[in-house]
Design a protein around this ligand. Structure first.
Ligand code: UT7
Length: 330
């Protein structure tokens, strides 16, 4: 591709629903314990959206903050991209609902992208390609999830793991700077049955039978997913680093997908990086799929864990399987 522009990251934002659900609260819902959840996953609490607070609502709040940081108005956005696996509806896209809430000009193209927990990194890759090609100049990229509405609250294997939240980033064309040094993506559809939501699509259209069988909730073979996540995240992290021409020492902070603290620690060990260079906020958020890396990045910026000009690596793995990594400069 003939690269016409570099990509500048103008700003980030995030939003979490107000309601906190702790492990102790979960003890009253399913046969679990704070001790099991904390030691097996690192999660202490997660945020849960209200019944009438939709994915596009939390995406909107994160977007408004990102627009403020970037000091631009919604009218300056010429593409809206939302990575999500928990959309407002099967269609229209959550990106279209977000466009309506932003009040941006009606012609702004908007679409959703589905790559599960790697969604934000897939989105970053798409946004980068659009900007570099010269097709779009200023893109609003969001990772937003309300997984609390897609879990079986009687299944302790999954309901303790997930949470709700949204993060946003504004990317813009630049002749001088390039803040995305590399991106790397992979998918392995052969493992699609290890982490999936079987109901509501063409395989299992909604019927009372699919409802009774709870096919509308996330199903996961946790152990198998765990085993794949560690090597896949390490491979993606290494590939993105290679593509960027940078060395491990150049990376100020690693921001991995927050699914399980034991996965994060194992990936750090495989890469040979100490945990003080790895950002962790899973204890407060749980797994928020496509929103984990962007909300963690936004928090790292807000708490001054990173400064302007620092190089950061994002890495993720999720249902699909999908995996990916990106080296960025903030
Ligand atoms: O974001 C996309 C990627 N997703 C992930 O990366 C998640 C990957 N997987 C994991 O994080 C872990 O596999 C889990 C946290 C889901 C599970 O941890 P585990 O160490 O693999 O446990 P397990 O599934 O092997 O279960 C061990 C035991 C079982 O009991 P038995 O059969 O040994 O008697 C489970 O029934 O723990 C039991 N268990 C629970 N006990 C208390 C499972 N869930 C719970 C629970 N509370 N919530």
């Amino acid at each position: 591709m003939n690269k016409k522009n570099g990509v500048k990251i103008l700003g980030t934002g995030s939003y979490f629903p107000k309601k906190v659900l702790t492990n102790v609260d979960l003890e009253k819902i399913v046969d679990t314990s704070d001790e099991w959840i904390s030691t097996r996953t690192g999660i202490k609490e997660r945020r849960i959206a209200e019944e009438n607070e939709y994915t596009s609502d939390i995406a909107y709040k994160a977007s408004i903050e990102a627009l403020k940081t970037a000091e631009i108005s919604p009218k300056q956005i010429d593409l809206i991209l939302v990575a999500t696996i928990s959309p407002d509806m099967l269609f229209p896209s959550t990106a279209c609902f977000l466009q309506k809430k932003l009040g941006s000009k009606l012609s702004t193209p908007a679409f959703d992208l589905s790559a599960a927990c790697s969604g934000f990194i897939y989105g970053l890759t798409v946004a980068r390609a659009f900007i570099e090609s010269g097709l779009y100049k200023t893109i609003l990229l969001v990772g937003a999830e309300e997984l609390s509405k897609f879990v079986d609250w009687t299944d302790r294997n999954t309901c303790v793991l997930f949470g709700d939240g949204a993060g946003a980033m504004i990317l813009s064309a630049s002749k001088e700077e390039d803040d995305i040094l590399s991106t790397y993506l992979e998918a392995e559809g052969a493992y699609s049955d290890l982490l999936f939501l079987p109901g509501g699509g063409t395989v299992n259209p909604v019927t009372t039978k699919t409802m009774d069988e709870k096919l509308h909730a996330i199903k996961m073979q946790g152990k198998e997913v765990f085993k794949a996540a560690v090597p896949k995240m390490a491979i993606a992290a290494k590939k993105a680093l290679e593509l960027s021409g940078k060395q491990l020492e150049d990376i100020k902070l690693f921001i991995p997908h927050q699914a399980n603290i034991r996965i994060i620690e194992a990936v750090a060990k495989k890469l040979g990086i100490s945990m003080d260079r790895v950002f962790v906020n899973i204890h407060k958020t749980g797994n928020i799929s496509s929103a984990t890396t962007i909300t963690a990045l936004d928090e790292a910026i807000k708490v001054n864990k990173v400064q302007k000009g620092d190089i950061i690596e994002l890495v993720a793995f999720g249902g699909g399987f999908t995996s990916g990594a990106a080296i960025i400069r903030i």
